[in-house]
Structures are given as C-alpha cells and as structure tokens.
Design a protein around this ligand. Structure first.
Ligand SMILES: *[C@@H]1O[C@H](CO)[C@@H](O)[C@H](O)[C@H]1NC(C)=O
Ligand SMILES: *[C@@H]1O[C@H](CO)[C@@H](O)[C@H](O)[C@H]1NC(C)=O
Ligand SMILES: *[C@@H]1O[C@H](CO)[C@@H](O)[C@H](O)[C@H]1NC(C)=O
Ligand SMILES: *[C@@H]1O[C@H](CO)[C@@H](O)[C@H](O)[C@H]1NC(C)=O
Ligand SMILES: *[C@@H]1O[C@H](CO)[C@@H](O)[C@H](O)[C@H]1NC(C)=O
Ligand SMILES: *[C@@H]1O[C@H](CO)[C@@H](O)[C@H](O)[C@H]1NC(C)=O
Ligand SMILES: *[C@@H]1O[C@H](CO)[C@@H](O)[C@H](O)[C@H]1NC(C)=O
Length: 494
C-alpha cells in the first residue's frame, strides 16, 4: 500500500541531479505543503546511477536503421553499398555527473566507450562482365570518447509533475570501423561514403532512445494517483504543490501530505501549518530528508475521529478481577450493593480528535475520552457511570519498513466524574487503579495501532535504510538512505 506514494516522491528524483557542495536546508515556506521531501546530493547521485544503468541496458542491442548508397569508385564504376543490421553491442559509461542549472537539470555521461557490429554488402555491374558482382561481410565498430548529455525540466502541472527534455545530445570522438573481408578498393570507398553517416545515425538513435525514455518516465509520473490509500478510512493526499526547487546540491518537492477521508461526505478540518524553522539532516549524509508538519498527524487524528472509529469496548484485561463489581466493594460501595458480583465492561469513546504535538525533545498526544462503566446484569448491559479521562502520552517514532511507526508511554492523566448512578465516588479513590489500567491496557492498545504506522511516500521498489528521525518545533524530519530492488522496482518498466 505504500508504493504509489513513495513512487510519487522518489520517481522524479531519478531524473534529477545536482553535484558538488555539501549541505542545504529545507525551505518550508510554501503554504499547503505539509510534507516536504529533499533529495540530497547523495540521493541524486544514487538516482542518477540507477538511471544511467537503466539507460545502458536499454541502449544495448539498439538497432540502427540500414543505410544504402550508390558510390562512384574509380575504375570500378558505380557501386551500390549497404550497411545493415547496425547493432549497439555493448556500452560502457566510465563517469557521469548531474548538475542543476538555470534551464534545468543536466546529466552528462562522459568517457563512454561502445562497440557496434554491422553487416556490409555491395554490388555493381560493369561492361566487361555480363552479370552483377556482389560481396558481403561483417564489420566491427569501436567508439571511444562518447559523451551523452541530457537537460530536463520538471514542472508542477495541476498537482502532478511534468518532465520534459529541453536538450539531449550525443557526440562520438573516435569512431573506428573495421571491415572483415572485402576488396581493398571497397574498404576505402565504404569508409569515405559511410563513416560519417553511420556515426550520425548512431548518435541520432541514441538521442531518440533517451528522449523516449524520458517520455515514458513522464507518462509513468502522470499515471500515479494523487492520493494513497492508507486503509479503508483514510488516504494521504500526495498532490504536489509548487514546482520542485533546485539548489546547487539538492532538489526539494512539496506535497500536500494531509490525511483525507475516503468517505466523501465527511467534512475536512482546517490545518494551519505550524512549522517554520529551517531544518536539515546536516551531519548525517543521507539521500533523502522528509519533513512532516505536526498537521499531518493531526489530520490523521481528525479523519479517524470523524469516521467514528475511535471507540473501544474493554472486556478482557490482564487482571480480570477489576472487571467485577466485587473488586469495587469498598471503593464504590453502591456499585456492589446494586449489582453484587456482576461482571463489568468499559466502553471507551474519544470525545475529540487526539491532539498531537511535536517538540525538539519528543512527540506526544493528548487524548480525551469518555469511559462508561457498564455492568452486565444477566442479559442486560447497564451503564452505571461515566468518567471523563484526559490522557497525555508521549514517545518515540521509528521507521518500520517504509512506514512511520511509533510507541508511546503514559505521561499523565486526569479524571472527572461525568455522571453516576452508583453514588458520587471520588476520583482520587480510583486514581491508582486507573494508572494501572492505563499502563497495562490502554497504552499497549494504543501501541498496537501505532506499531503498524502509516506509509511514507516512497516509490515502489525502494526501501528506506538507516533512517534517523529528528524532531523539531512542530515537525518531524526523517533522514534516510534508500535501497532499490531491481526485481520489483518501477524503472524496469521504462
Ligand atoms: C544482426 O546482427 C546480430 C548481432 O551481430 C546477429 O545476431 C543477427 O543474426 C544479425 N541479423 C541479420 C539479419 O544479419
Ligand atoms: C569492445 O571490444 C573491445 C575489443 O573486443 C573490448 O576490448 C572492449 O572491452 C569492448 N568494449 C565494450 C564497451 O564492450
Ligand atoms: C486537474 O486535476 C483534477 C483532479 O486531479 C482534474 O479534475 C482536472 O481536470 C485537472 N485540470 C487540468 C487543467 O488538467
Ligand atoms: C550555485 O552555483 C553557482 C555556479 O556554480 C554559483 O554561482 C552560486 O553561487 C551557487 N549558489 C549557492 C547557493 O551556492
Ligand atoms: C489535496 O491537496 C491539494 C493541494 O493542496 C488540494 O488542492 C486538494 O483539495 C486536496 N485534496 C483533498 C481531497 O483534500
Ligand atoms: C458504547 O457507547 C456508545 C456510545 O457512547 C454506544 O453507542 C455503544 O452501544 C456502547 N457499546 C456498548 C457495548 O456498551
Ligand atoms: C526484491 O523483491 C523480491 C520480490 O519481492 C524479493 O524476492 C527479493 O528478495 C528482493 N530483493 C532484495 C535485495 O531485497
């Protein structure tokens, strides 16, 4: 389920690159962008290497159109010559770079060598022989000092990124053709007539292939939905806002990043972006930094609360005796008197979306809920009292696969009796029991949900590796490397 989201964020980076320099910071200035992802110099180099590798695979076995010509040869006369089955056999890129520029992103592969094979054929007629004379054979071409350059731009079109090539060129310094067989007169005649033409046909074919690759990538980008379903209730809005921003060292993508309800009728809360500080993963050389505003988490709270899924009926707890009125004989005498030795259950229901906050030290939440105590009297479930509970928890966030997951501990809580049919018992009497309950039942329950977490936007086939999580005022930053699985990765379809 994480794949399309990751896809939207990481796919574009495949074609973007920047070199030199060391660090940069997140801008976080754009409104409507609650998640910002920055692909660092290291990430760009990684993406570029993947692309170059993919380009080499695509270009290998590239077939170039046949070339045919009639050539005047001294003494022999006019000879029809054909260069056919021109095939790029192997290509080796010795170095490649990426650089941002005014006009876009430039990727250059230089010092490239390549080998091609081809077939040749000639035929001619002459006055002193009554039939056509012809011959054929193979040839081998060695290319050295080949350079391929590509300049691309990337724009936000209606929430989707659009890639386009502004320039693409291929230049071959040494282009040496070795013919196998053939008459000696043919050899020179062939080279004179064909060498430049074959060279430019090969150069053109390579440029065309690369352009096609970018077009395919662009259409792949366009097919990616702008929301990622998290479960049956919510989705993450991964609409791109703003154009990507290029610095000398990195590329930044802004996405909306808020949770939205899959139920169209449910109203959506308003979220103010709160984080302002510039922040980066300085000191940790990671490929990808992703900053998530507090609002991302609060929008999730809001969606799940509005979907009405934040209820929980507690029937089983580690110390089951607490869920029997006998246990409360002395603390709430009326309860026992009215319903002696009856089992109880707790009906917990959140009264507002949990408020989530992030500080440089930790991430936490304040959860307000009503806890209704129900007595099971025969076949009847009788609500006997209701306590308002406000619980503060805080904890750590971790990366689990490509998900952001967490774990919290109880910080504090307050209890207020809302109503009671079993007398007005004091909250301090049940304080100790509640602490045990919150610690042994409530917090573990919350943690089972947090452990699953929610997907971060990473492209299919990529996985986060060596992730670190930092928190700052009102935001969280994930600094991570990524690994690519060739078997499942999306670029294999290019
Ligand atoms: C074209 O060249 C390839 C590679 O050298 C060879 O396998 C293939 O048989 C050739 N095809 C023709 C029609 O000559
Ligand atoms: C091209 O062929 C030559 C000679 O067979 C070989 O040494 C070289 O490694 C080949 N280059 C590539 C890129 O395959
Ligand atoms: C922009 O995207 C929305 C939804 O994705 C679509 O309904 C609308 O037609 C698009 N507008 C343009 C101009 O492409
Ligand atoms: C980016 O690179 C250009 C050219 O190398 C340089 O003029 C400019 O000062 C650099 N900008 C930053 C922010 O380093
Ligand atoms: C998703 O985000 C975009 C950009 O901020 C916004 O225009 C759009 O309304 C959002 N979609 C939903 C369903 O909220
Ligand atoms: C729990 O309380 C809700 C309302 O707060 C009610 O709709 C639901 O039926 C109750 N469930 C049980 C098992 O008492
Ligand atoms: C890549 O994905 C395939 C299919 O999911 C899996 O079998 C393989 O182990 C993965 N490889 C790596 C290196 O993770």
């Amino acid at each position: 389920m994480a794949s399309p989201l990751l896809f939207r964020l990481l796919l574009p980076l495949l074609f973007l690159s920047v070199s030199s320099g060391s660090s940069s910071t997140l801008r976080l200035q754009s409104d409507g962008a609650y998640i910002t992802a920055v692909v660092s110099e290291k990430g760009l180099a990684f993406a570029k290497d993947l692309l170059v590798e993919r380009a080499v695979e695509t270009l290998t076995s590239l077939r170039i159109r046949d070339i045919e010509k009639s050539v005047g040869i001294p003494i022999v006369g006019v000879v029809r010559m054909v260069a056919s089955n021109i095939t790029l056999e192997a290509i080796h890129v010795s170095s490649s770079t990426v650089q941002p520029g005014e006009s876009g992103i430039v990727i250059v592969a230089s010092g490239t060598t390549a080998n091609l094979s081809m077939d040749w054929f000639y035929s001619y007629t002459t006055w002193f022989v009554p039939f056509e004379i012809s011959d054929k054979g193979g040839a081998f071409i060695q290319v050295e000092g080949m350079e391929v350059g590509l300049t691309m731009t990337m724009e936000n079109k209606n929430g989707t990124l659009e890639l386009s090539v502004t320039q693409c060129g291929c230049y071959m310094k040494n282009f040496v053709i070795t013919l196998n067989g053939g008459a000696s007169w043919f050899y020179q005649g062939f080279l004179n007539a064909f060498a430049d033409q074959i060279r430019s046909a090969v150069e053109d074919a390579i440029v065309k292939k690369i352009n096609e690759g970018v077009l395919k990538l662009d259409s792949l980008l366009k097919t990616v939905p702008n929301k990622i379903d998290v479960d049956k209730v919510s989705a993450l809005n991964v609409t791109f806002v703003n154009d990507p921003t290029f610095t000398n060292f990195s590329v930044e993508f802004d996405i909306n990043g808020l949770f939205i309800s899959l139920d169209k009728t449910s109203a959506r809360g308003y979220f103010q972006k709160t984080s302002q500080l510039s922040h980066s993963c300085d000191g940790t050389q990671k490929m990808l930094w992703m900053s998530l505003d507090e609002s991302v988490f609060n929008s999730a709270s809001d969606v799940y609360f509005q979907a009405g899924v934040m209820h929980w009926v507690v029937e089983k707890i580690p110390d089951q005796s607490f869920l029997n009125t006998a246990r409360w004989k002395y603390l709430i005498p009326q309860l026992y008197k009215k319903y002696p030795n009856d089992d109880m259950l707790l009906n917990m229901s959140l009264t507002s979306p949990p408020g989530i906050w992030i500080t440089p030290q930790k991430i936490g939440a304040t959860i307000s809920l009503d806890m209704t105590i129900d007595v099971l009297d025969g076949s009847k479930t009788i609500p006997v009292a209701c306590i308002s509970v406000v619980v503060s928890v805080s904890g750590v966030v971790e990366i689990s696969g490509n998900n952001l997951a967490g774990q919290v501990e109880l910080d504090d809580f307050t209890l207020t009796l809302k109503w009671s049919d079993v007398g007005n018992f004091h909250m301090y009497l049940i304080q100790g029991v509640m602490r045990v309950f919150l610690n042994t039942v409530f917090v573990p329950y919350v943690n089972t949900h947090l452990r699953k977490g929610f997907p971060l936007p990473i492209v299919h086939g990529f996985t986060l590796q060596h992730a670190d999580i930092l928190t700052a005022n009102s935001m969280m930053i994930v600094c991570s490397d990524v690994a690519f699985n060739k078997t499942t990765g999306v670029i294999t379809s290019l």
